[in-house]
Design a protein around this ligand. Structure first.
Ligand code: NAP
Length: 308
């Protein structure tokens, strides 16, 4: 099988730390170009814009968009119009409604649009989904608290409109939640704390439910110093299940049952290659819809101004 010739668009933190190693380890994908206004790859030709790559660059079959969400849909449209498969980093876009037109274009052209949710590839996620399918779930608590200065240093786009603020990491928790629960969930209450000088929330408290009345409580906070927390605690009729470390670990009734190191991105590239071989799309918007609904329903309060 010939390798998928791929360009990364947006050569920042996630592209360099996760995508480049995953592509290098893949027998089926070859990185042939990079697009970024400033950052450069020492290994492949660099282009300042996607237009420039499509005009003057090497032949490519696909792009991975690792740009901030605000510029993704225009880039996806451009790439699909040029007949390329498209992998989207999470979140798939800055709005929910911008995605359906992309899916329509991709399907008409039999090209792949893959909206990735890397946290769903964490090792505890599938085991948790299987266990929960056999249990009665009584309540869920999500605590997702991290230090934005450590994990997103200087990324001003994250606090700009469409940047998601603390929902940028929080949507990872929602991607796990919507994968492991047996029924769809919806937002019932939200309170979003916006720094006085920013356009996206830095702290969120949210409640959700499902059709059976299951209570799901969520705390997202970007101001956490010291120990960082990416936990989902689920009370069930057979004890408490805890996913910690963003889905890297799971304990069941206090007994550790998953504690594995597993890179998430090689799985995404394996799935992408499989989708491109059939020209199929994989786009699940459930986590993005929850974030949008929190903005629709949420009470807004102003909190202390934030500088990196
Ligand atoms: P980042 O470090 O800011 O990287 C984004 C890159 O895209 C920057 O180099 C930026 O250049 C470039 N860029 C901006 N506009 C562009 C355009 N029009 N064309 C080409 N390149 C452009 O951000 P990141 O942390 O990698 O995050 C990117 C996406 O990945 C986000 O959606 C995020 O949620 C997701 N993600 C991040 C992480 C993480 O831990 N960081 C984990 C998983 C997923 P400038 O800096 O010059 O603007």
């Amino acid at each position: 099988m010939t390798k998928l010739r791929l360009a990364i668009v947006g050569f920042g933190k996630i592209a360099t730390t996760r995508h480049v190693p995953a592509i290098a380890a893949s027998p089926d994908v070859e990185l042939v170009a990079v697009v970024d206004p400033k950052a450069k790859s020492p290994d492949v030709p660099n282009f300042a814009s996607l237009d420039a790559l499509l005009l003057d660059g090497p032949d490519i079959d696909a792009v991975t968009l690792c740009t901030p969400p605000q510029v993704r849909s225009a880039q996806a449209r451009l790439a699909l119009a040029a007949g390329k498969h498209v992998m989207l980093e999470k979140p798939p876009g800055a709005t929910v409604s911008e995605i359906a037109p992309l899916v329509a274009v991709a399907q008409a052209a039999k090209k792949t649009l893959f909206a990735t949710w890397h946290s769903r590839c964490a090792p505890a996620v599938e085991p948790a989904r299987k266990l929960l399918a056999e249990r009665t779930i009584k309540s869920v608590t999500i605590i997702w608290k991290e230090d934005v200065r450590v994990w997103h240093p200087g990324q001003d786009w994250i606090f700009a409109p469409g940047g998601f603020g603390v929902f940028d990491p929080g949507i990872n928790a929602l991607s796990i939640l919507t994968r492991i629960l047996p029924r769809p969930v919806f937002v019932t209450r939200a309170e979003l704390g916006f720094p006085a000088n920013r356009e996206a929330p830095i702290v969120v408290e949210m409640e959700m439910a499902d059709a059976t009345g299951l209570s799901i409580r969520t705390e997202f906070d970007f101001r956490q110093t010291g120990p960082q927390t990416w936990d989902i605690r689920i009370e069930t009729d057979r004890g408490r299940l805890v996913l910690s470390g963003g889905g890297a670990k799971m304990s069941d009734g206090g007994n550790g049952v998953v504690d594995a190191m597993k890179e998430e991105y090689p799985t995404l590239y394996r799935d992408f290659v499989a989708l491109t071989s059939k020209g199929e799309c994989d786009v699940d918007l459930a986590p993005l819809q929850i974030v949008a609904d929190a903005f629709l329903l949420g009470r807004r309060r102003t909190v202390e101004a934030f500088e990196f």
